[in-house]
Design a protein around this ligand. Sequence first.
Ligand code: TMP
Length: 211
Amino acid sequence: MRGTLITLEGVEGSGKSTQCARLAESLRARGLDVVLTREPDGTRMGAAIRRLFETDGPPPGPLTQVFLFMAARHQHLVEVIRPALARGALVISDRYMDATLAYQGFGQGVALETIRDLNAMATGGLVPDLTLVLDLAPAVGMTRIKGRRLDAFEKMDLGFHHRVREGYLEIARTDKRRVVVLDADQDAEGLQGQIAAAVDDLLRRGHLHAG
Ligand code: TMP
């Protein structure tokens, strides 16, 4: 049996990480084998790559960013995602392939075709069964993360975050079967309920397998 891959995406401050944890907890309580993981830092190598964006200096150029995130992604696939799916687990990943399209493609102008090709290479063509985009106005998200130590992306101007948001919405429009957009400008409980409903719908359809 092969497992199921669910990814959560969204702008900064959209509540992704909290929602990933809540979703994992609720599915585990139902007895499912759940692996909760994240990009770029789902592996040791990915964590080292993430640290490159947490220094005070300027971030690497956009195409370099693409290569770094792709390296983290491939390692994540090999070390974490593929083995979990092979044993039939349900994998929840806090960010995956759409993040590079949104942040480096729509956000910073790297050609979308280039990113799609590299994503296909890095993932071996593994597309999520379901992707939830937690949609939020960037200004609201930035207010939510105020006071945290910010990484290179969180320090970018609002225009960048608007392009990232629009990028995610465009990805959702072009891949309606896979991508569900949810309004993240609501309380965590309400959003949790909508996420649970989308996941239940996927699991009810039951035949869906990543790979
Ligand atoms: P976060 O998921 O904790 O917000 O941190 C990950 C940061 O890295 C976030 O600012 C988005 C950025 N990122 C990209 O720019 N491209 C990618 O492909 C991935 C996975 C993350």
